[in-house]
Structures are given as C-alpha cells and as structure tokens.
Design a protein around this ligand. Structure first.
Ligand SMILES: [Zn+2]
Length: 245
C-alpha cells in the first residue's frame, strides 16, 4: 500500500496536468492505484489519481510509438543550370572553309566579349549573331571566333564547330585551344549570378570532358597584352584555378 501519492500523480492546481516523460514513480502509478486503500479512495483521492495518472500514461504511450526520423537520403545531382542553344536556334551562318582543323583540346581560354552593340536591349541570340557577323563577315574569318559563348541569360550558345580551330587567342595560341567567351565587360564587375554560375559549371564540365589540367585553363591576357577577360573576371578565374590546383 502506498503511504503517499507521488507528486507526479497529482494535478497541478489551477493548470492543466503536466505532460512530460514519466518518471519511475509515475510508471508505477497504475500498480499503486490498484492496491490503494479503498478508504482513501472513498475519501476523495480516487478522482485525483485517475486525473493525474492518465496524462502520464498517455505521454508514455506517445513516447513508445514515436518512430525515428527516416535516414537522410543523398540529394540527387543538380542538373546543369544552363541550356545549350544550338547554332540553328540563333540563326548562325555556315562555317567557311578558311579554317584549320582542331584534332583535340588540350587547353581552354576564357574571354569576355566586352561591349557588344545592343547589349542590355537585345536578346543573347541576337548578340551572338552580331558577334558572328563581325568576325565572319567584317574580319573575314571562317566563323565566330569562339567555340562557346555564355549569354547574359545564363545559357550557353554554340559557337564555332569543335572540329575547327578557333580564332580567339592569336596565331599559334589557337592550336588545340577551346575558346569560351562570356558576354559582357568584366573589367570592373563580375557577371550576374546566373551567368557566373553557368561559367563555373561549364568550365568544370569542359575541363573534365577533355581531361584538361587546371594549369592549362587560361585567361586571354595570358597570351597577349589585353584587358580580356576583364580584371574582375580574371581574378575570379585565378581563384577558380587555385581552388582546384
Ligand atoms: Zn579575349
């Protein structure tokens, strides 16, 4: 027989019964209630027991039925943050025959286009077509000089055929050299977030695809005295390389 009712079994006066992890004393409440002296129950403690012990038992049941959270599954790989825009989509003119073949890629060079006529008002497709027109028809090159162009919209525009040597780094520097240009002038500012994100992901993909070592990733200014690809983007490129060296 219980000599006293454990405090865990008593309701708090003026408040709802506490629901908390049952103590060993509370877990023994049921047994105590069944053996409790009948005279004490008649004196009015029975209702206290029923009221106070019920929440403790419910809390215990909830604690037993709680299932552990599911193990965290690895997140699926993120899709590339860009779309490849094919030549046919931006209305490219054909490659002319005055070019050298490119048998393989052993280095990559990053450029910026600097200011392009209509930048900020025209679509990227129109800007790329304007660059091709300047390179191909005004300068007389076989095609647009770059193999890939990264648009302000964060998409990647297909440039000169990968089977053709580019015209972007000057003379022999173009041999086995993949030319990638980012639309914009990055002398003082970086590309906007989505364009920079594409630049990073696209460079990573090209380095991996061709197995180009990180020290063979260049900015245009590594080959000649030029601002290209802009001091700010060039500094970003240096950090990109350092992080992967
Ligand atoms: Zn350049």
């Amino acid at each position: 027989m219980c000599e006293s009712i454990p405090p865990e079994c008593l309701p708090e006066i003026g408040s709802r019964p506490r629901v908390r992890e049952p103590s060993r004393a509370a877990r023994s409440c049921g047994r105590m209630a069944s053996s409790f002296d009948r005279r004490v129950i008649l004196a009015g403690f029975g209702s206290l027991l029923l009221t106070a012990c019920a929440p403790a038992r419910r809390a215990r049941t909830r604690s037993i039925q709680q299932t552990p959270p599911p193990a965290r599954m690895p997140a699926p790989p993120a899709p590339p943050p860009y779309r490849i825009v094919r030549r046919s989509e931006w209305g490219a003119e054909s490659l002319k025959p005055n070019h050298d073949p490119m048998a393989s890629v052993r280095r990559i060079t990053l450029h910026h286009t600097a200011e392009v006529a209509g930048m900020g008002t025209r679509r990227d497709a129109d800007l790329v077509k304007g660059i091709q027109n300047f390179h191909r028809n005004s300068r007389g090159w076989a095609d647009i000089g770059y193999h890939w162009i990264i648009g302000l919209d964060g998409n990647v525009y297909e440039g000169r055929s990968l089977e053709a040597q580019g015209a972007h780094a000057g003379g022999g520097n173009n041999v086995e050299n993949l030319g990638i240009s980012v639309i914009g002038d990055f002398t003082r500012t970086l590309p906007a977030a989505r364009q920079l994100r594409t630049t990073q992901r696209f460079l990573e993909a090209q380095l991996a695809y061709y197995g180009v070592p990180i020290h063979e990733l260049h900015g245009h200014r590594d080959f000649k005295a030029t601002e290209c690809p802009g001091s700010t983007l060039y500094a970003w490129l240096a950090a990109f390389k350092q992080a992967r060296a």
